[in-house]
Design a protein around this ligand. Structure first.
Ligand code: ADP
Ligand code: MG
Length: 365
């Protein structure tokens, strides 16, 4: 239904979309997720021709919509958009908001438009408010009116740009329920959202956008349960990191410990986990000590709010070799402490670096 090929968009020197290629087929519900500022809104706005793409092609039912001869108004009817801020006309009643475009743009007669509008208001649960003005409605109700207004143009696809992010938490659900219902009825939709549980159960496919591209895409299960790429994992599992570089044996241990403690407190880790983590870092640094004269060590502490996994990652350039494997360490006390504090330890030689990854036990008493 929609095919996007090598779409790019720049604002001056700022490259927002680098190279987007994907397809949305009829009846599909596609969620678009990703950090702020990665061009999710820009992508929807390009589809709807609210922005002129810098390069690439967009086809709707095989028709190239970037062709100069394309009728922009008819494209926007086919592919109508619902915005974060509902953009209702405040001087018009609810039903007048709904019949305006069908009468003006589609040449529908007023009577028919009104009948249809009431039907749509019933669908979104707001028939009772037909003659009210937008400012007499709650945010959630206004957004439902905006959805009904969008449907009044009988679009073949609806683009939602964070439809609930301007709403109080209590009103999010009523709007999501309406969108869920449209999904059940087979409406084709592309939804930019930060509501992960919603994205998971409403969509057929999830696009994770980052770095100006569709960084990873897949079924909701693939993206939410088993993301393959690092940025996706960081985003989905809400991973928070602390990093520090140690570049001499005379590093400031007290300053580093204080920073780690501050990080732990911010992530609300238990005192016990915090204590174990500090002990682990100290023991590891003992092991690395002989190497610190000649190479820098990067320490990363990563905590996932979602899975509650706490990991310590040590990366160092130089000679390949796992510092925990050294012969003379076999009955070392430090190594025993390290093993006791961790669920698992993995070593990799990756991109010219020794990478030691330790999964820390957080259930120790
Ligand atoms: P998202 O919706 O993923 O948060 P946006 O598409 O809104 O991201 O924005 C992506 C980037 O493009 C941001 O850095 C934003 O500042 C920039 N941007 C968006 N619209 C414009 C514009 N009209 N002019 C200049 N920069 C813009
Ligand atoms: Mg946006």
């Amino acid at each position: 239904m929609i095919r996007i090929e090598h779409l790019s968009k720049k604002f001056g020197d700022l490259v927002v979309l680098k190279d987007i290629t994907t397809e949305i087929t009829k009846g599909e519900v596609v969620s678009i997720i990703g950090p702020s500022g990665t061009g999710k809104s820009t992508l929807l706005r390009c589809l709807n021709l609210l922005e002129q793409p810098s390069g690439g092609n967009i086809y709707i039912d095989g028709v190239d919509i970037l062709d100069k001869t394309t009728d922009v108004a008819s494209i926007r009817q086919k592919m109508n958009m619902v915005f974060q801020s509902f953009n209702l006309f405040s001087h018009l009643s609810v039903i007048e908001n709904l019949i305006l475009a069908p009468v003006k743009l589609k040449g529908m007669n007023k009577q028919d438009a009104q009948t249809k509008a009431l039907e749509l208001l019933r669908l979104v649960g707001l028939a009772e408010k037909a003659n009210n003005y937008p400012d007499e409605l709650s945010g959630g109700q206004q957004q439902r009116v905006a959805i009904a207004r969008c449907l009044a143009m009988e679009p073949e696809i609806i683009l939602f740009d964070e439809p609930t992010s301007a709403l109080d938490p209590t009103m999010v659900r009523e709007v999501l329920s309406v969108i869920r219902r449209l999904a059940k009825e087979g409406m084709t939709m592309a939804i930019v959202t930060h509501e992960m549980d919603f994205a998971r159960d409403v969509s057929n496919r999830v696009l994770y956008m980052d770095e100006g591209i569709i960084y990873e895409e897949g079924s909701p299960e693939q993206i939410f349960d088993d993301p393959q790429k690092e940025n996706t994992r960081t985003f989905i599992q809400r991973i928070r990191c602390y990093t520090c570089r140690i570049s001499s044996p005379d590093y400031d241990l007290y300053a580093m410990n204080a920073e780690i403690e501050a990080f732990c407190e911010k992530q609300i880790l238990s005192k016990k986990s915090q204590h174990n983590l500090l002990l682990l870092v100290e023991e590891l640094l003992q092991l690395y000590r002989p190497y610190l004269k000649t190479m820098a060590l990067d320490i990363t502490i990563a905590y996932s709010e979602k899975t509650e996994r706490l990991e310590l990652i040590c990366e160092s350039a130089g000679q390949k070799g796992n510092p925990l494997d050294s012969q003379d360490l076999s009955d070392d006390l430090g190594l025993m402490i390290i093993r006791n504090l961790t669920e698992s330890i993995s070593y990799q030689w990756l991109n010219g670096k020794n990478r030691l990854q330790l999964l820390i036990k957080t259930n120790l008493t």
